[in-house]
Write a protein that binds this ligand. Structure first.
Ligand code: NAP
Length: 286
């Protein structure tokens, strides 16, 4: 009889947490690799976050994912930060290590891997525009700078908030909100980091896309938005957010287990769940 890895657990802390895809993706990875790891959803109200983190320590969790509204609030509760998490001030993955609980942000490397491995884009010297100035936009700016983008414009409806995001990278600058459609039409790489499109809305209806552009919507539910479809019809190389979601989840799995994540099994589980009527209301990309 083969020896089994000791039983371990991980989970996701968020509030509310009704429709997260993470358990589906991570449990599929554990099954496909034969690891004895179980992944659970831990709905955690804001006033229970410190207790939940203490619970991870006390019970010996392999780690956890962290989603809204805890990505920033968890920082002071941890023992250390990976440089990506420190740079953008947000944690989406906690890893239990000999140094204690360490906060990572796998959205940054997840996006880097998606753009280089899945789209095949060489971003060096390109001009990018990101729409939105929340946590995902911060990860996009960090990833874009690491990939060698020459200039990244941050277009947020709250220009003061966009200015805060632009401080993250030397190559970043604010795009006035009224200029967003024109600048997106001219950029090499355009990324939607807002939830606009989840309900069937068209982000930037006045933007004119063209062949040669790469367009990415971080939204993965629905798998393809009007923004993506319009860019694709115009000849741009346009993608939904599922690929990045799988890469960031795979990086978390690798950090907890030391085992390379089975990307295909994770994608298949996510696609199956997205088609499931009970998960139609899925509302977060992480
Ligand atoms: P967030 O921190 O709440 O930020 C959302 C941003 O969108 C804010 O800047 C917000 O502006 C802006 N926004 C919201 N409604 C808008 C509207 N009607 N018009 C213009 N701007 C609007 O959320 P987040 O964590 O950055 O996530 C953003 C999106 O990325 C979500 O759809 C999430 O699911 C997705 N995501 C996907 C992945 C993936 O792996 N595919 C990973 C992370 C996130 P204000 O600041 O003015 O409110």
């Amino acid at each position: 009889m083969s020896r089994r890895t000791p039983s371990r657990f991980a989970g996701v802390l968020g509030w509310p947490l009704e429709h997260t895809l993470s358990p589906v993706i991570q449990n599929a990875a554990a099954r496909a690799t034969g690891l004895d790891l179980v992944y659970l959803a831990f709905p955690t109200p804001p006033d229970a976050l410190a207790d939940a983190v203490a619970g991870l320590r006390a019970l010996g969790a392999a780690g956890a994912n962290v989603t809204m509204p805890h990505k920033e609030a968890i920082l002071p509760l941890l023992d250390g930060l990976h440089p990506d998490a420190a740079a953008i001030g947000a944690v989406n993955t906690v890893v239990s290590s000999t140094e204690g609980l360490i906060g990572h942000n796998t959205d940054v490397e997840g996006l880097e891997r998606f753009l280089t491995e899945d789209t095949g884009l060489d971003a060096v010297g390109l001009e990018a525009v990101v729409v939105g100035s929340g946590g995902a936009a911060r990860a996009v700016v960090r990833a874009a700078e690491k990939l060698g983008v020459a200039r990244i414009g941050i277009a947020g409806r709250d220009e003061a908030k966009a200015a805060g995001v632009a401080l993250l990278a030397n190559v970043a600058e604010v795009v006035p909100w009224a200029e967003t459609e024109r600048r997106a039409g001219a950029a090499d790489l355009v990324i939607n980091a807002t939830p606009v499109g989840m309900g069937g809305e068209d982000l930037l209806p006045g933007a004119v896309f063209r062949p040669g552009q790469t367009v990415l919507d971080l939204i993965y539910s629905p798998p393809s938005t009007l923004f993506v479809e319009r860019a694709r019809r115009a000849g741009a190389d346009a993608w939904g957010g599922l690929g990045m979601l799988i890469h960031q989840a795979a990086l978390s799995f690798r950090l907890w287990t030391g085992v390379d994540a089975p990307l295909e099994a994770m994608s298949a589980a996510a696609i199956h769940a997205l088609g499931h009527p009970l998960l139609k209301g899925l509302d977060r990309g992480d």
